[in-house]
Ligand binder design. Structure first.
Ligand code: URA
Length: 439
């Protein structure tokens, strides 16, 4: 394929012109030959000017085909996949993937690393000893046949173009572009080969699409692009005003996911896993309706079946499966402090964006491509919106490995909380469903 000169493409996009399918395909096919600064400039031009639907379809297709696009027709169905547009404390995949596999679906999942102030499944899984996420296509498929679940990251074999663009977007303020988000997510979904794709589109301060209108527009784009590329896409728009669950930070989130896989865990995390799981089970023809699916899925959490599948997943991908039953041995940062309530009252607000920024400041997210994560750093939220607290009561525990990081993170967590007079209740978790049971 022709290798386009990237400079005219950056200029064209900067000036608001649409790029042709050929230009986009050429750019992605030769991505590895352009220097970071030119690719970053092109990403910034896309972020400022936006991508049309046709450009987004072309980019998604080109990125999916930058590596192998798996044909899963010889893998038992229903073949499903799930992805979040990015949130704070969003460890849903860690619970949902083994849960839905235990319920009889095949979960072929390509995940990402942390992006901006949001966490990433691949980083979280790396808390589990030497868990391997760069698995090659043939091994991915063999694992699906054996276990019905595999979770990999972008690699040389699968969506390498997203691996490159994702790492640059993370550190160049070029995440919040609907077309780039859509292409990044759907290219991984197309490459992993599932027929049914469930997208959890987050909205609120901790999401990349802060307003409901922006989240709905992204959901519409994801469905349209997915369908133009031959996949069934269900979008659930869900709340990300305050973080999901209690723990934010890589190993802390793994520990919370394991609690949820044991039938416990925070109510909001369990609820969203059951809702998304029910959508997948009904769409995949495993259950006749959402209520039946939810009951069955709740049973698989409560009786340990889903956790057993997670243990097998960890072992299959080279991780330390004993950690699944020994969360106290997960990485843990040595320094800790508490943020306490300055006055008695109700937690009126808990800003997910501030918590996400706090977790990056603690060392659990990246500021440059080369940053090595502190997997044991993070925050445990001991009070959330609607909780009544006394003066001096701990609101959150903050963990880091270096005193300066601990202080920066503590300060950001303090900014996240607002307590005061009056009742407050958390907003509804699920805002809308498109293309699913209630859509
Ligand atoms: N998740 C992804 O994989 N890519 C994005 O751009 C945002 C969330």
């Amino acid at each position: 394929m022709h290798r386009p000169d990237i400079l005219p493409l950056i200029r064209a996009k900067r000036d608001g012109h649409a790029l042709s399918r050929e230009d986009i395909e050429g750019l992605i096919a030769h991505l590895g030959t352009y220097p970071d600064y030119q690719v970053a400039a092109w990403l910034m031009a896309c972020t400022c000017r936006g991508l049309s639907l046709d450009e987004t379809v072309a980019l998604t297709r080109a990125m999916a085909h930058s590596g192998e696009v798996l044909d899963l027709s010889d893998v038992p169905g229903p073949r499903v996949d799930k992805h979040s547009t990015g949130g704070v404390g969003d460890k849903v995949t860690l619970v949902l993937a083994p849960l839905v596999a235990a319920a009889g679906a095949t979960v072929a999942k390509l995940s990402g690393r942390g992006l901006g102030h949001t966490g990433g499944t691949i980083d979280k899984l790396e808390s589990l000893g030497s868990f391997q996420t760069a698995i090659e296509p043939e091994r991915f498929k063999a694992q699906l046949r054996r276990l019905r679940v595999a979770v990999a990251g972008q690699s040389r074999g699968m969506t390498p173009a997203d691996g490159r663009l994702y790492a640059l977007r993370d550190v160049t303020a070029t995440i919040e572009c609907p077309g780039l988000i859509c292409a990044s997510i759907l290219s991984k979904k197309i490459a992993a080969g599932a027929d049914i794709i469930l997208l959890d589109v987050k909205t609120g301060r901790g999401a990349f699409m802060e307003t409901e209108a922006e989240a709905e527009a992204l959901a519409r784009m994801l469905r349209e692009v997915g369908e133009r590329l031959g996949r069934r896409v269900i979008c659930v728009v869900s709340a990300m005003g305050q973080p999901l669950g209690q723990n934010v930070g890589n190993a802390l989130e793994v520990a919370e996911a394991m609690e949820t896989l044991s039938g416990g865990g925070p109510a909001d995390l369990r609820e969203i896993c059951l809702e998304l799981g029910a959508q997948l089970c009904v769409a995949g023809g495993l259950d006749p309706d959402a209520a039946t699916a939810r009951t069955r899925l709740a049973g698989l959490l409560d009786d340990g079946t889903a956790k057993a599948r997670f243990r097998e997943l960890v072992a299959a991908q080279g991780g330390d499966a004993t950690l699944v039953d020994g969360p106290e041995y997960l990485p843990s940062a040595p320094l800790s402090t508490h943020v306490v309530a300055r006055q008695a009252g109700t937690v009126l607000d808990l800003d997910a964006r501030c918590i996400g920024d706090a977790v990056v400041a603690l060392g659990a997210g990246r500021r440059t491509k080369e940053d090595v994560l502190d997997l044991g750093a993070g925050v445990r939220l001991l009070a959330k919106v609607g909780d009544v607290v006394e003066t001096g009561q701990p609101l959150a525990e903050v963990r880091a490995s270096e005193p300066e990081r601990l202080e920066a993170g503590r300060h950001a967590v303090e900014q996240a909380y607002k307590t005061g007079e009056g009742p407050a209740s958390p907003p509804p978790l699920i805002h809308a469903i498109y293309g699913g049971i209630a859509g």
